[in-house]
Design a protein around this ligand. Structure first.
Ligand code: GUN
Length: 296
C-alpha cells in the first residue's frame, strides 16, 4: 500500500512557520505582508476560493484586502484597480481570481499587474523566469505545492522520469519547466502528455513521478501506473456520489482506490495538493514583502 502524502499536515506546518516569521517581522519592522485579492462577478466556486485565501491570510497575520466587483465591471475599471494596487505600499501581493468574465481581456489584466507583486506568477516576466530557472521571480502556487510534496518523498530526483498529464498555463507547463531545471531538487527527465496523445498510458506507465492535472475525474487507473511510482493528483472534480445519487463527491483525476495499491506514495483528494496551493500563496506573499521592503 502506498504512503498517503498528507498535504493538509505539511501545508499546516508551512503556515505555522510563516505565522512565526510574520510575528518576528512585525516586531522588527512594524509592518506585515499585505495581499489584495480581486474577484469579479459571483461565480460560486471562485467566491469560495477567494474567501479561503482571505481567511488563510488573516490566520498567519497578513493584511488581507478583498475586492468584490460586479459582473458588469468593464476593462477600464479593473485596470484602474490593478494600477491602484500596484502603487500601494501596503499591498505586497495582487491576485486577480480567474476566470474573469468573457468581456474582459484576461491577458491584458495579468500583464498589467506589477511582476514584483504577481504572487500567482502568471505574468509573462515571471513565466519567463521559471523557464530559465531564475529564482528572483515567483513560482505558481499549485505546481510549487506539488514540487514541495515531491521533494519530501523523493530525496534524489536526478534522472528520474517525471510525467505531467495536462498542459495548462497554471499547472502543466510551469510544472514541467520547474522540474527540468539542473538543480538539486529537480533535474528530472520530463515528459508532458495531453489530449492529443493517442494513448496517454504509453507515457504514464513510464513515470517514476506522475503529476496529473488534466481536469478529468478518475482518468488515471491502476493499469496506467508503474509499480512504485509517486503519484501527485492535482484534480478537483465534483461527481455524482456512487452510493447516493442525491449527493456529490469530490474526486481527483486519479482513481485513488486502484492506484494506491500500485504507487509507493500518492496524494489524496481532498487533503493533498489543494491545501498546499494556499500555503504557497502565503509563502509567495511573504517573499514579495521581503523583496519590497528590503528585509530578510
Ligand atoms: N483560478 C483557479 N486557480 C487559480 C489560481 O491559482 N489563481 C488565480 N488567480 N485564479 C485561479
Amino acid at each position: 500500500m502506498a504512503l498517503i502524502i498528507d498535504g493538509k499536515k505539511i501545508a499546516g506546518e508551512i503556515r505555522d512557520g510563516i505565522r512565526s516569521e510574520v510575528l518576528a517581522l512585525k516586531e522588527r519592522h512594524g509592518a506585515v505582508p499585505g495581499l489584495a485579492v480581486v474577484l469579479v462577478g459571483n461565480d460560486p466556486a471562485s467566491s469560495v476560493y477567494v474567501r479561503n485565501k482571505g481567511k488563510a491570510c488573516e490566520e498567519v497575520g497578513f493584511a488581507s484586502f478583498q475586492y468584490t466587483l460586479p459582473e458588469t465591471t468593464d476593462q477600464g475599471e479593473l485596470v484602474s484597480l490593478v494600477d491602484e494596487l500596484n502603487a500601494r505600499k501596503d499591498v505586497d501581493g495582487i491576485l486577480v481570481q480567474l476566470p474573469l468574465p468573457k468581456r474582459i481581456d484576461e491577458a491584458a489584466i495579468i500583464n498589467r499587474i506589477d511582476p514584483r507583486k504577481d504572487v500567482d506568477a502568471f505574468h509573462p516576466a515571471n513565466v519567463g523566469k521559471i523557464l530559465i530557472g531564475d529564482e528572483d521571480g515567483f513560482l505558481p502556487c499549485t505546481p510549487q505545492g506539488c514540487k514541495v510534496l515531491i521533494n519530501r518523498v523523493v530525496p534524489g530526483l536526478k534522472g528520474k522520469h517525471l510525467v505531467v498529464v495536462g498542459r495548462s498555463n497554471i499547472v502543466g507547463k510551469p510544472m514541467a519547466a520547474m522540474m527540468v531545471q539542473k538543480k538539486k531538487d529537480a533535474d528530472c527527465i520530463v515528459t508532458v502528455c495531453h489530449t492529443a496523445a493517442p494513448d496517454i498510458s504509453y507515457y504514464t506507465r513510464q513515470a517514476d513521478v506522475l503529476v496529473v492535472a488534466a481536469g478529468k475525474a478518475e482518468m488515471i487507473t491502476g493499469s496506467m501506473v508503474k509499480e512504485g511510482a509517486v503519484v501527485i493528483d492535482v484534480g478537483m472534480n465534483r461527481i455524482t456520489h456512487p452510493d447516493d445519487p442525491s449527493k456529490t463527491k469530490l474526486v481527483g483525476d486519479v482513481k485513488f482506490d486502484e492506484v494506491e495499491k500500485i504507487a509507493s506514495a500518492i496524494t489524496p483528494v481532498p487533503g493533498g495538493v489543494g491545501p498546499m496551493t494556499i500555503a504557497m500563496l502565503l509563502a509567495n506573499t511573504l517573499k514579495a514583502f521581503k523583496l519590497h521592503r528590503g528585509v530578510r
